[in-house]
Design a protein around this ligand. Structure first.
Ligand code: FES
Length: 278
């Protein structure tokens, strides 16, 4: 990264974040540094608690792009917050399976108990509440996460209220799985690609029974993949030559710079009338 003269808007963050920002940029090949925008936005949130206007300026100036380009990314993903957040982000899954099993009731109870709605923060600054789409833990439905870590499995309105009260009162709350709870700003540091600095935190928690169910059943019934060696090294596939990539894209009906909505998945021969969707 070349030396950058920061504007008055970006300067205060640059004074705090330039070193880790340089570390993030160094992970990307020369000429592809703008790909570092996603972790840089998380880095901004470690200080600001959200993607502030100053944070947008900082990212733009570090990467040599304009603020509109930063804003386009920051406003697309829900993990980049547009308003200051609380110390803890409590997300309740209200997607299909969690909803069927009571996720909406859990969320509604928290709305009533905390007096805030979606994407709002309690007056004491402790909790930001949100309802979330599938959190990829449907076998533990309904699921509640704190700062994106699975914290309450098979949640009930009561267990969710117990969680938020423990957080607000500063009491310890042991998560269902994974590392002990940290603050949202600390989590942003991990999301920016840095290791959890807390002693032993990485080894916290165990896998839950539903996750291990398949393994247990396989062991019980003597099911195994013939010849499978668990120590098989993972090899990297060689990148395809450019002309081969273009040929494959063409075969799949995907033209360069063609909007995704125009492109059909490879092999999709269904008629547009929906006949093939049965
Ligand atoms: S539907 Fe809630 S975790 Fe998947």
């Amino acid at each position: 990264m070349t030396t950058v003269e920061f504007s008055p808007a970006a300067e205060p963050l640059a004074a705090k974040l330039l070193e880790p920002a340089r570390e993030i940029l160094a992970r990307y090949p020369a000429g592809r540094e703008r790909s570092a925008l996603l972790p840089l936005l998380h880095l901004v949130q470690t200080e600001e608690g959200y993607v502030s206007p100053n944070g947008v300026a900082f990212c733009a100036e570090v990467l040599g792009i304009n603020k509109a380009q930063v804003g386009a990314v920051a406003t697309f993903y829900t993990m980049y917050k547009r308003r200051p957040t609380g110390e803890y982000l409590v997300s309740v899954c209200t997607n299909t399976l969690c909803n069927v099993l009571g996720g909406q009731e859990v969320y509604d109870q928290l709305v009533e108990h905390l007096g805030v709605g979606h994407d709002e923060t309690t007056a004491d600054g402790k909790i930001t509440l949100e309802h979330a789409e599938c959190l990829a833990a449907c076998d533990y439905a309904p699921v509640v996460t704190v700062n994106y870590d699975f914290t309450v499995d098979q949640a009930t309105p009561e267990s969710a209220v117990e969680l938020v009260e423990n957080l607000r009162q500063g009491r310890e709350h042991t998560p269902a799985r994974g590392a002990r709870i940290c603050s949202l700003k600390e989590m942003q540091y991990q999301l920016a690609g840095f290791a959890d600095p807390r002693d032993g935190a990485v080894a916290d928690g165990v896998a839950g029974a539903p996750t291990l169910r398949g393994v247990r059943l396989a062991q019980e019934h003597g099911v195994a993949v013939a010849g499978f060696d668990p120590d098989t090294p993972i090899t990297k596939t060689k990148p395809l030559p450019k002309d081969e990539v273009a040929t494959k894209a063409e075969a799949a009906g995907v033209a360069a710079n063609k909007p995704a909505s125009d492109a059909k998945p490879a092999g999709d021969a269904r008629p547009s009338g929906g006949e093939g969707a049965k």
